[in-house]
Ligand binder design. Structure first.
Ligand code: HEC
Ligand code: HEC
Length: 342
């Protein structure tokens, strides 16, 4: 655990030990969040600082983290697509194809469990999954460290940001998490309409779509609920009669969880096609047609998924509303882009 006092001591030590190279001094920073979002509960040992975020940003875009040297986190999590990759399922190292569609990384700071079956409890631990997954980056933490430890700039950052001697698993997982917690998105036209009183931000069609979204008829907002458009819960929506991917059952071993997946946020949904855990639905129009048809039969299918009887016009309205959830400022934030090649 890194308490503030120790951090300051470490900084002072670095100011002496790191003399010669440019002096690095860290400082606590606030994360900008919309007024209608709850406060972020940061882990005690990983409060945000300028250099922690900078180190995480460098590592996020560093292909040395993969075994073949070609893949970084940013290969599959691309800012312009709200940190997804536009592929049905992700293509990782040496073009091995994974089994799941890359999810957005927006608003992870509030997420209680990670991965689609919710098997990972913290964002710090999550980074270990892609690193070790042979389909994604195919690397192992000790090999990453061996590769990076000769990088003086990164090592100096690790010292100044976390007071550690070197880049170690503690530093790599924490700095990646610190950077990812800055990926806050809450400035869509819907937000301006609903929370800033700007009634002209949504068209009549989008307003009709919003009414449907929160209606008894569709019940979309019961699962895609609250400011994050997710209840963070796990549901089977009847995507298949027989699921190739067992979903939540993989961590609970409970057959009642077969085919249940974490409700995805719908923020920036217009930018994150294709859809569903396996990228099997190409467009929002088809997603809405899927819900309107009521899904396939599965013993675990949620009661709320049944034929909705929407008209063609209503389905278009719903899609128009979903497209109003795009935060264009988010996907253009320069502080989330890779640093220029230095
Ligand atoms: C080859 C493509 C690929 C690479 C490289 C990759 N990811 Fe992912 N990422 C995915 C996929 C696919 C998932 C969904 C996995 C699942 O739920 O089982 C995912 C899930 C995640 C999640 C969980 C999000 C949630 O909603 O629970 C986070 C966080 C994440 N990745 C961050 C990273 C970081 C950090 C790196 C680099 C260390 C990285 N990813 C590298 C494809 C990739
Ligand atoms: C019972 C809870 C529940 C209800 C009700 C519900 N959804 Fe979903 N939704 C989910 C879950 C869970 C997934 C992910 C399923 C998967 O990947 O297999 C999902 C996926 C989606 C996706 C794809 C997201 C992505 O990133 O791939 C969209 C879009 C969507 N829902 C919109 C809607 C709309 C519109 C409605 C109302 C017509 C609705 N949902 C009703 C739980 C629900």
């Amino acid at each position: 655990m890194m308490r503030r006092g120790r951090l300051m001591l470490a900084l002072a030590a670095c100011l002496v030990a790191c003399g010669g190279s440019a002096l690095l001094q860290d400082e606590a920073v606030g994360i900008k969040i919309p007024a209608h979002f709850p406060a972020i509960d940061f882990p005690e040992d990983n409060a945000p600082t300028r250099l922690r975020i900078e180190l995480g940003r460098r590592l996020f875009y560093d292909t040395r983290l993969s075994a073949d040297g070609n893949t970084s986190c940013g290969t599959c999590h691309v800012l312009s697509a709200a940190f997804t990759d536009g592929r049905r399922v992700s293509e990782g190292m040496q073009h091995h194809t994974g089994k799941r569609n890359a999810p957005t990384l927006a608003n992870l700071a509030w997420m209680p469990r990670f991965m689609m079956e919710g098997g990972v409890p913290t964002l710090e631990l999550q980074a270990l999954a892609p690193l070790h997954d042979t389909l994604e980056m195919g690397f192992n933490m000790m090999e990453v460290i061996e590769k990076l430890k000769h990088d003086e700039a990164l090592t100096a950052l690790a010292r100044a940001a976390y007071g550690r001697d070197t880049l170690d698993p503690f530093v790599i997982t924490r700095s990646l998490a610190a950077f990812q917690r800055t990926m806050v998105s809450g400035d869509s036209r819907y937000d301006r309409y609903a929370f800033e009183g700007k009634k002209d931000q949504l068209s009549e069609q989008e307003l009709r779509g919003l009414e449907l979204f929160i209606s008894e008829k569709t019940r979309c907002s019961e699962c895609h609920s609250g400011v994050f458009f997710t209840d963070f819960g796990f549901h089977n929506i009847g995507l298949y009669e027989a699921y190739a991917d067992r979903g939540r059952e993989r961590v609970t071993y409970d057959s009642l969880d077969m085919g249940k997946f974490k409700t995805p946020t719908l923020r920036n949904i217009g930018l994150t096609s294709p859809y569903m855990h396996d990228g099997s639905i190409a467009s929002l129009e088809e997603v809405v047609e899927f819900y309107n048809a009521g899904g396939r039969n599965h013993v675990n299918k949620d009661m709320r998924i049944h034929p909705l009887g929407l008209s063609a016009q209503e389905m278009e309205d719903l899609v128009a509303f979903l497209n109003a959830l795009t935060d264009w400022n988010f996907v253009q934030r320069t502080d989330l882009m890779p640093y220029e090649t230095e």
